[in-house]
Design a protein around this ligand. Structure first.
Ligand SMILES: Nc1ncnc2c1ncn2[C@@H]1O[C@H](COP(=O)(O)OP(=O)(O)OP(=O)(O)O)[C@@H](O)[C@H]1O
Ligand SMILES: [Mg+2]
Length: 210
């Protein structure tokens, strides 16, 4: 997948970034970095095709299934953790029994084995976020966009999430991870820095060059 001269601005706002050009390959995990408010989540929305870029293009060759784990996890309050992961597997045509087995294995992989029967509303922030990751992976995306997956996790759990994302990439998925976390960034194979990649230095409005 190719990003060609991508730039974006919201109405009546300056450009967040411009001229972002990159080729994103399967088998790699890209860390999307930049300060808070620099446009990481916005760039993920452009990659997903949920938002049209102000300028430039996203060429999404070979990508039919896009998975996105949001910065703030949201699931169905009264549904169990297990059901959240079973659903995308049923959509793929697995039998209920095989879907449950696979879902349970994914939960264990994310350290949620004991939370399978708990309702979404009863999960902690970090548990809910890991559940969203497990659900996203269950859908076998070609492109997996993950927004701050480790922000609420302790270092050890974060390392486990990073290695699971690396495993997904090795299975052929393009993985893009927006993150502030140095450890998570270090676990990625490549870095896409919004500041160096595309933000045009913008003059303070009305100032004479301070
Ligand atoms: N729909 C919108 N309309 C107007 N402005 C928006 C919209 N969405 C985001 N913004 C603004 O664009 C800027 C970039 O937001 P974005 O969420 O992409 O940043 P981010 O790099 O993901 O930040 P963080 O690290 O805090 O998650 C912010 O100033 C935000 O307020
Ligand atoms: Mg964000």
């Amino acid at each position: 997948m190719v990003l060609a001269g991508l730039g974006h601005r919201f109405p009546r706002q300056p450009f967040l970034f411009r001229g972002v050009t990159a080729t994103l390959l399967p088998n790699r995990v890209y860390a999307l970095v930049g300060p808070s408010g620099s446009g990481k989540s916005t760039l993920l929305a452009l990659l997903a095709g949920w938002l049209e870029p102000t300028e430039g293009r996203v060429h999404r060759t070979g990508v039919s299934r896009v998975g996105w784990v949001f910065q703030n996890p949201h699931g169905v309050a009264r549904r169990t953790a297990l059901d959240h992961v079973v659903l995308p597997l049923l959509v793929q045509g697995l039998t209920r029994r095989r879907a449950r087995d696979r879902a349970q294995a994914l939960l264990v992989e994310f350290g949620l084995g004991d939370a399978a029967d708990r309702e979404f509303a009863a999960l902690s922030g970090g548990e809910a976020q890991r559940l969203m990751l497990a659900r996203g992976i269950a859908a076998r995306p070609d492109l997996f966009l993950v927004d701050e997956p480790t922000a609420q996790l302790d270092a050890r759990t974060a390392a486990r999430v990073s290695s699971t994302l690396a495993g997904l990439a090795r299975a052929g998925t393009v993985v893009v991870v927006a993150t502030h976390d140095a450890q998570t960034r270090a676990a990625c194979t490549d870095t896409l820095d919004l500041v160096t990649a595309g933000v045009e230095p913008r003059p303070a409005s009305g100032a004479s060059g301070a």
